[in-house]
Write a protein that binds this ligand. Structure first.
Ligand SMILES: NC(=O)c1ccc[n+]([C@@H]2O[C@H](COP(=O)([O-])OP(=O)(O)OC[C@H]3O[C@@H](n4cnc5c(N)ncnc54)[C@H](OP(=O)(O)O)[C@@H]3O)[C@@H](O)[C@H]2O)c1
Length: 517
């Protein structure tokens, strides 16, 4: 799962993160080891250091480069970044995964070469129309390219004053994880005081915020984490902690009003099994670095579909940046109801290490990058031989998508044409069902897809196959009810319309001349 990110130069619809990954040419110079990328300033203006990547791949693609220091426009503020934090979204961008997201990220090379979103820092200068901020203000927020010494941000976007009781590191750790936790609990989860809330992945970036925010809403919170994090999760306010190495929460017999799932390591049906009849399941994340194909997109679709068939709500979340929610989070920090949990600190040139650590999937709270002036002088290690990701992944996903899009409508039609010809050859003078065959095959595909989507297991798939076989047999006997049932089960509105017209016509013909079907 992914979060909308902040690229202020692009329309909102195009600002997709997330979830929602290239082969590059290898220069002789770049093969051999450590390179500090230094490009001359074209205009001789001020320069700054920033993390830049030109190829998708492992953290080795990251380079610390000197680029032009940005100049704020009339409605922008220039922020000297004092700390930034790392999120799974950053490695999704860096790797260009899930591959399907390359439609947005750039097919073979990143469209946006700057990395990072969460930052906290001090306003250095402001554009002439800026009224909310002045030089010297400490702020935090989200902006693409936050792994840099400076960012420019529009004053009306996701930037707010930093509470005085927070360090820059704490403030930088809030935006993505804090907003995700808040919006999952309040907007999707509609959390109420006294409700039982379970947070799967309670010890990570999102989880540590979710536990504390859920408590601030008056919920009774159960956190799920590994043994080494049990005490930490309890210390931030969880009423109950389940150690997933010893106990499976989906088999505990407990029921919850709300489940926030940061891990997605149990089936949707298993989660549903521990939800109250009117409970809500919010899918936040899951699918680690190894899940690069369509996987991260399939579960949200499954959740939405399953929601139509059960009494509980099952909803994926796509968190969004906005000033209002950042302010709410800030207020929670001022009231000391929520305190960011910081796991490790790295410097800007250690970002590849920080990302590698986060990719391991076992961060305890947030991983932050501190930017202390004068410390970012050593080069980022860069090894082109291992840097590039293969293009095979996106190619395969692309081919699979094309095969599905073309195959699902075409295959049934081709098979139907074959069956139609065979029928006419064997039954000269009788009229066949033509499109009926196609829709019947579609119904088989529809049934199997539904079965897989609802995670109904092998037995349900076998049942689906048997039902289909029986219907197909009666259909071959020219029973109209079987035809109608198969058409309905094709889940294809076009099939419903065509068959409605076609059936009426055929019935009229049959009543006029019953012997000619
Ligand atoms: N939908 C959105 O808009 C949105 C926004 C932000 C993030 N996300 C997604 O949400 C997920 C979590 O993000 P994050 O920033 O919290 O990641 P993170 O900081 O890397 O946290 C990962 C956590 O998962 C826990 N974990 C791993 N295996 C587990 C298991 N089997 N059972 C329970 N917990 C387990 C780890 O705890 P242990 O060390 O104890 O195992 C670790 O604390 C990611 O997939 C991210 O992409 C989505």
């Amino acid at each position: 799962m992914i979060i909308s990110t902040i690229d202020e130069s692009r329309p909102k619809a195009a600002r997709v993160g997330g979830i929602l990954i290239t082969t590059s040419c290898v220069g002789a110079l770049l093969c051999t080891g450590l390179v500090m990328a230094q490009t001359p300033s074209p205009g001789g203006g001020p320069r700054m250091k920033a993390i830049v990547y030109h190829d998708f791949g492992s953290p080795d693609v990251l380079r610390l480069e000197e680029i032009d220091k940005p100049v704020p426009a009339d409605n922008q503020v220039l922020v000297r970044v004092r700390a930034a934090s790392v999120n799974p979204l950053d490695w999704h961008y860096m790797e260009g995964t899930p591959y399907i997201a390359r439609i947005e990220f750039g097919l073979f090379k990143p469209k946006e070469t700057r990395l990072g979103v969460d930052y906290a820092g001090t306003v250095e200068s402001v554009g002439k129309n800026v009224t909310q901020f002045k030089p010297g203000d400490d702020v935090f927020g989200g902006r693409t390219g936050a792994f840099a010494e400076y960012v420019v941000v529009r004053e009306d976007r996701a930037v707010v004053l930093k509470p005085a009781n927070l360090t820059f590191e704490q403030a930088a750790s809030i935006p993505i994880a804090g907003l995700t936790a808040l919006q999952a609990l309040r907007d999707k989860g509609k959390v109420q005081p006294g409700q039982k809330v379970l947070i799967n992945g309670a010890s990570g970036g999102v989880g540590t915020f979710a536990v504390q925010i859920a408590k601030s809403f008056g919920a009774e919170v159960t956190g799920v984490c590994s043994t080494r994090n049990v005490n930490m999760v309890r210390s931030i306010g969880a009423d109950h902690v389940i150690d997933y190495t010893k106990e499976d929460f989906t088999k505990s017999g407990q029921r919850y009003d709300l489940i926030l799932d940061n891990v997605a390591n149990h089936s949707l049906l298993a989660n549903r099994g521990v939800l109250n009849p009117k409970g809500i399941y919010v899918l936040i994340g899951g699918g680690g670095v190894d899940n690069k194909g369509l996987g991260p997109l399939v579960r949200p679709i499954k959740a939405l579909l399953l929601s139509k068939f059960v009494t509980q709500e099952m909803d994926p979340l796509l968190a969004e940046f906005n000033k209002k929610d950042l302010t709410i989070l800030s207020d929670l920090m001022v009231a000391r109801k929520v305190t960011p949990v910081i796991d490790r600190r790295y410097t800007l040139n250690e970002l590849p290490e920080a990302i590698r650590y986060l990719e391991g999937g076992h961060a305890r709270g947030k991983v932050v990058i501190t930017l202390e002036p004068g410390k970012e002088t050593s080069p980022v290690s860069f090894n082109r031989a291992t840097a590039s990701a293969s293009t095979l992944g996106p190619d395969l996903v692309g081919l699979a998508l094309i095969a599905i899009v073309i195959g699902v409508p075409i295959v049934p039609i081709v098979v139907a044409l074959g069956l139609n010809r065979r029928f006419r050859r064997r039954n000269p003078g009788m009229r066949s069902y033509r499109w009926g065959y196609s829709f019947s095959i579609l119904s088989l595909i529809g049934g199997i897809t539904l079965g897989l989507t609802l995670e109904s297991g092998v037995s349900a798939l076998i049942a689906c196959g048997v039902i289909y076989a029986v219907l197909a047999w009666f259909f071959a006997q020219r029973r109209h009810w079987a035809w109608i049932t198969l058409t309905i089960l094709s889940f294809n509105p076009v099939a419903w319309i065509i068959n409605f017209i076609y059936l009426r016509k055929r019935w009229a013909e049959e009543s006029a001349a019953p012997s000619v079907l």
